[in-house]
Structure formats: structure tokens, C-alpha cells
Design a protein around this ligand. Structure first.
Ligand code: ZN
Ligand code: ZN
Length: 359
């Protein structure tokens, strides 16, 4: 089969590789769509936020959806021909540790390194395998392109489970990338009264309003600026719930603390490539509850991927306008170049269609 192979992160060649064979509990999926994630772009730029050794030769693509073509001998309840979204295999936990036992496998200490040979989805490929338990049948009204970004919605669902946004005066979302926009959409769809999206690019802020991710938008540049502007929109109070979705090297964690109300909460979802600094004085004076959000798993017995899929399928969220660009598998290098330069390309979510004919 054809698959995109990443050399030293940045050099992408589409090559012939062996088609994977599903293990007894696994399923082979013909990939219809795979999204480029911000975390793929860190790797593409040579950054390594998770402290793992950078792989010199790698295959990627963890936001994917497709059609089942083959099931392992022990698989029940999934059949060839079924359209499915795939919860990526890098989220698999060991199943035995304390977090895994309570369903929080996203914080399994040995996630991705725990004994199993294959721990990375490779959606930028014609085919990929996943454990049957990671497959979620897609309702008819969910396309494979949208199915691919249910993963992003699940990250938003998890962050909002960590800090519910219902019954708060205002929700601030810092960042206008795909995570910021999905978060704003999910917050509004699940009962947030007022969502304020903060960013730096006018076009992206307009898009936030257009796709229903925001009630109001703010163009801000620094912590003081953000805090002041958010207080102006919240009767001088600041926001009870703030979600940071940018990461990288910037000061958006400090902006989040600045935007928070006294007694408010901050969730950091963005993936930082260095340690973050917040104002002790401000955070302590406000008693800001600072939380972190790392992928997703299950919440009170329900899979967060399924919760996200239910929201998308119910038509309460406008998911498809978030997909700004589509490329074929052979064009994966171009797709990454477009995704990595949002300012020039206006990209929100870039999707690669390895087998577009299967929709
Ligand atoms: Zn992702
Ligand atoms: Zn575990």
C-alpha cells in the first residue's frame, strides 16, 4: 500500500510499505480521511514537547476515519463495509495501572510505550489497523472527513469535562486553531451562556463567529491586554472558565490566568514546547484553579470519543466548515506545508484523503 513516511520530521515521501495485517482483536480500515493535528506539526518542525526521543523515520496520522475491510478472528460487533471513526492507538493504556482501572487511560504512565509493538495510528496511509474497541460506527449524516476530526472534538469534550462551562458567567477560549474552534462549539452546544474566543488573526476570529464557536471575539496580544479586554466584556469580573488551546512557546498560559475571574478555573490544552510561566501573584490572589487536559479517554463510564460523535451527529455542531483544505495522499507534503503556515494559507483543519473513492 501507499503511505506517507516522515524522515527527520520534515521530509515527507509517499512510499510503498507492507499493508498491515490485523491481530485477532484488530480491524483493518481503508482510510478515507486523516486530519493533520497540531501535534503532527510540532514533530514536523522538529519540536518534542513530550520528551520522547524524536523518531528519525516515522509514520503519522491519528485523526482518521474509513471503512472496515478485514476483521481479526476474535472481533465481534464490527463488520467489513462499516464506516467508522477511529480512536487513535496512541491513547491506548496498559489496562492495569490505577488511572487505567478507573477509565482514565489517557494518563496511563506507560501509554504509547507499554509493551505493545504498535502504538501509533498511521492514517496518512491507504490502510491502517486499530483494536476493534477503538472503532466507532459513523452515523449516515457524518462524512468520513468529519469522522476524521471527531478526535479533535473528543479533546474538547474532555477539556470541558475537566472544567464544565455550564452555569458560568463566561467562557474564554484562547486560540483560533481547530482545537479552539471545536472547544467553542462544544461549549456553546452544551449550555455555555457566553463564549469569547481570543486570537490574533482577524480572519480566524471571523471564522470563529461564522462556525458558531463564539458569541464574541477579541483580538489580543499579551496577558495584560487579554485580562483587561475580557473584564470589559464580563462586567469587570473576568471569566469563570478559561481554556488555553495555543501552546508552543508563547505566553498564552499567562493570558489565561489574566482572563480568569477571582475563583475561576483555567484548563491548559495547548501543547507547549517549553515550561510555562504564570504570574504567582495573580494566580494566588484569584485562587485560580489551574488544570491540564491531555487527550481524552472516558468520563463517568462513557467514552469521550462517543460523546463527541453524538454531538457532531446530532447536527448541533457545524463540523464540516472547519475543514478548510483537502489533499490526496500523494500530496501529503503539500498538505503539511499548508497546515504549517496558517497565516498565509488560512488553514483551520487540513485533511488528507488517502482513499477518497470509499465515501
Ligand atoms: Zn490530534
Ligand atoms: Zn495504564
Amino acid at each position: 500500500m501507499r503511505s506517507a513516511v516522515f524522515y527527520e520530521g520534515r521530509e515527507i515521501r509517499v512510499e510503498d510499505v507492507p499493508t498491515p495485517t490485523p491481530a485477532p482483536d484488530e480491524v483493518l480500515v481503508r482510510v478515507g480521511a486523516a486530519g493533520i493535528c497540531g501535534s503532527d506539526l510540532h514533530h514536523y518542525r522538529g519540536a518534542n514537547p513530550w520528551g520522547q526521543p524524536l523518531r528519525t523515520v516515522d509514520r503519522r496520522g491519528h485523526e482518521l476515519a474509513g471503512v472496515v475491510v478485514e476483521v481479526g478472528a476474535e472481533v465481534r460487533g464490527v463488520r467489513p463495509g462499516q464506516r467508522v471513526g477511529v480512536e487513535p492507538t496512541h491513547l491506548l493504556g496498559c489496562g492495569h495501572c490505577r488511572p487505567c482501572r478507573r477509565g482514565a487511560y489517557n494518563i496511563c504512565r506507560t501509554r504509547e510505550t507499554g509493551g505493545m509493538e504498535r502504538r501509533r495510528s498511521a492514517g496518512f496511509s491507504e490502510f491502517d489497523v486499530a483494536p476493534a474497541a477503538n472503532l466507532f460506527p459513523l452515523p449516515e449524516d457524518v462524512s468520513l472527513d468529519v469522522g476524521a476530526i471527531v478526535d479533535v472534538y473528543a479533546c474538547a469534550v474532555h477539556a470541558l469535562n475537566r472544567l464544565p462551562a455550564r452555569d458560568v458567567n463566561a467562557v474564554v477560549v484562547i486560540g483560533t486553531g481547530a482545537v479552539g474552534l471545536t472547544l467553542g462549539q462544544v461549549a456553546r452546544a452544551t449550555g455555555a451562556r457566553k463564549v469569547i474566543v481570543v486570537g490574533r488573526r482577524e480572519a480566524a476570529l471571523r471564522a470563529a463567529l461564522e462556525v458558531g464557536a463564539a458569541d464574541e471575539v477579541l483580538n489580543c496580544n499579551g496577558a495584560g491586554d487579554t485580562g483587561e479586554a475580557v473584564r470589559e466584556l464580563t462586567d469587570g469580573e473576568g471569566a469563570d472558565a478559561v481554556f488555553e488551546t495555543v501552546g508552543g512557546e508563547g505566553d498564552t498560559a499567562a493570558q489565561a490566568v489574566a482572563a480568569a475571574a477571582f475563583g475561576g478555573g483555567v484548563v491548559v490544552i495547548g501543547c507547549f514546547t517549553r515550561d510555562v510561566t504564570v504570574s504567582y501573584h495573580e494566580a494566588a490572589a484569584k485562587e485560580v484553579e489551574l488544570r491540564w487536559s491531555n487527550g481524552y479517554s472516558s468520563w463517568r463510564g462513557r467514552r469521550e470519543y462517543q460523546m463527541a460523535l453524538d454531538l457532531v451527529a446530532g447536527g448541533r455542531l457545524r463540523a464540516s466548515p472547519l475543514i478548510s483544505h483537502r489533499f490526496t495522499l500523494e500530496e501529503t507534503a503539500e498538505a503539511f506545508a499548508v497546515a504549517a503556515d496558517k497565516r498565509a494559507s488560512g488553514a483551520i483543519k487540513v485533511v488528507v484523503n488517502p482513499q477518497p473513492a470509499v465515501t
